[in-house]
Ligand binder design. Structure first.
Ligand SMILES: Nc1ncnc2c1ncn2[C@@H]1O[C@H](COP(=O)(O)OP(=O)(O)O)[C@@H](O)[C@H]1O
Ligand SMILES: [Mg+2]
Length: 256
């Protein structure tokens, strides 16, 4: 090795030692700062998570409270209409007030079932309809009639907002089937390539010949059609299973 090279080698060594010393000094200080920062960040994160949990709990409580008030309010309207029905001067008015009370009560059941499933944004349609139908069957078949409402078909979720009109439509259709037919009532959910349909079928006498739902005097059919249309669906009438009875289908061309 030449003298120049030896000199520059020792210069290089000194420079390296200086860098190592600086690194050591920095290294000794850094971990303690980083640890403190890390602890502070963790504490901040834990606080934020706690706050988030508390907010979610509050939101849950508020939505439960809202549902309770809604169902109680509807129950109060049902009682008022029933009371008014009992004091009606003609049987027709009494019957109409009873029907109106029944429809408000149906809304109460729809909301209660949705609430039981704790569905904020979407609801498992079949499970929801099953609860609703059990509720309704208990009400309609009180006299111990050996009849049932069976819910079958695909497991799909629908927006909770759509669950409300669908529940109400099913309520109207089952009430009709309970009134005009004698056997079991079948509710079917079908879903394929984005389309959804919901039908209620019975084994009764079928709709009257040349039945036109648009000019039908009954309010039920008008409500069904209007709710289906408002939600982008269409109503179809056909025969029930085995060509007997009535099947009413509400179909949505695209998954709602
Ligand atoms: N499941 C059914 N089976 C036979 N006829 C039915 C059925 N559903 C409805 N209808 C007929 O359609 C009419 C209109 O029904 P709707 O609008 O629900 O009125 P309502 O139930 O008050 O009679 C009924 O009066 C009945 O003639
Ligand atoms: Mg009806």
């Amino acid at each position: 090795m030449s003298i120049r090279n030896a000199k520059s080698a020792s210069g290089f060594q000194r420079a390296t030692q200086r860098v190592v010393a600086r690194k050591k000094a920095r290294g000794a200080k850094r971990p303690s700062t980083t640890l403190a920062e890390l602890k502070a960040a963790l504490a901040r994160e834990a606080k934020l998570l706690r706050e988030k949990r508390e907010l979610l709990q509050r939101q849950d409580l508020l939505s439960q409270e809202f549902e309770h008030r809604l169902v109680n309010g509807l129950q109060m309207v049902v009682s008022l209409l029933s009371m008014q029905g009992r004091t009606a001067t003609t049987p027709e008015v009494a019957a109409q007030l009873k029907t109106a009370a029944g429809r408000v009560a149906a809304f109460g059941r729809v909301h209660r079932q949705l609430h039981l499933l704790d569905s904020q944004k979407s609801v498992a349609l079949k499970q929801y309809l099953q609860g609703l139908c059990d509720d309704l069957a208990g009400l309609l078949f009180r006299d111990g009639a050996a009849r049932a409402v069976v819910v079958t078909g695909a497991d799909v979720r629908v927006p909770t907002a759509l669950g409300i009109p669908l529940g109400f439509i099913v309520n109207e259709l089952i009430t009709n089937s309970a009134k005009f037919a004698r056997g079991d009532i079948t509710v079917r959910v079908e879903a394929s390539s984005g389309a959804l349909s919901l039908s209620v079928a019975d084994d009764g006498p079928g709709l009257p010949a040349q039945f036109d739902p648009a000019s039908s005097k009954g309010l039920g059919m008008k409500i069904i059609q209007s709710l289906a249309r408002q939600n982008g669906g269409a109503v179809r009438f056909s025969a029930g299973d085995g060509g007997h009875g009535t099947r009413t289908t509400v179909a949505f061309a695209q998954s709602p």
